[in-house]
Design a protein around this ligand. Sequence first.
Ligand code: 13P
Length: 333
Amino acid sequence: MDVAALSSTAQSLVAPGKGILAADESTPTMAKRLAAIGLESTEELRRAYRELLFTTEGLSEHVSGVILFDETVRQTADDGTAFPRLLERRGIIPGIKVDRGTKPLAGCPGEVGTEGLDGLRERFEEYAGLGLRFAKWRAVIRIAAGAPSAAALATDAHQLARYAALAQEAGLVPIVEPEVLMDGTHDLATCATVTERVLREVYAQLALHGVALEATLLKPNMVLPGSESGADVADAVIARVTVDVLRRSVPAAVPGIVFLSGGQSDEAATARLDAINRIGGQPWELSFSFGRALQAPVLRAWAGDPENRAAAQAALGKRARLNGAARRGAYER
Ligand code: 13P
């Protein structure tokens, strides 16, 4: 394993002022996003939408990398260029989601486990050959009565470590994503306790499996009160608690932390990333790997009509620029 090369890719993904566009919605998730704007999901529509995203003028100013779904990796732009190649040419690093989603976790009612480790070494070999340079695996942790269970957390951490070791073996930088969902009535302190527990367990397993932390990125949730808790917590408090949890659990060797948006509005996600960076003085870059918080306004502006292409690309350019500013704690609402 060439740790120096992988570590250099990881650092490029969190270069100052830049973050990651998560455009790795699976086919069923993309169908949901398209249904929300009244469209039926077809392979061609998904391709056209992804081409619109990737050909946005100036995207690489604030977007360092894009996470793709398997289908997109095999599709081409109108001029026949494969999407991973098109991104590289535009100065953007192409990555790939490799988990295969979640299923109910046997023995742990109400909890889920992530699928996709079987055959992953062979899939990584193919992805490396297709020019993909980083990967993502998402574990999903729900807060509820009795959850997360010790069994679910042990399973998630172990799988993330096995995935990360395989990614590095194949020459891809693993993004390690344990997402504590914001769904629920729990308070901010409960999310903080659970997130810290999850991260400690994840880093213990990464160490056990010999993963080189310099050549990884962490994609965590921000620490938030449950979305059905009715709590209204100031961004500065969310930022402080989030940074405190990360300082207790994420080794300084990790080059960057790229938050997921997790269902926050685009403006809330940007404002909180900004508040996090205003604290300053942390050992890691604090950036974004947003899906919905970058794409929601784009989908609304586009609505599937080619005539709206420029407006949709302008919406993406704007969110990318604002999140780029939030990377420096310089976002103005
Ligand atoms: P959201 O920012 O919409 O949560 O998506 C990021 C992602 O990749 C989730 O796995």
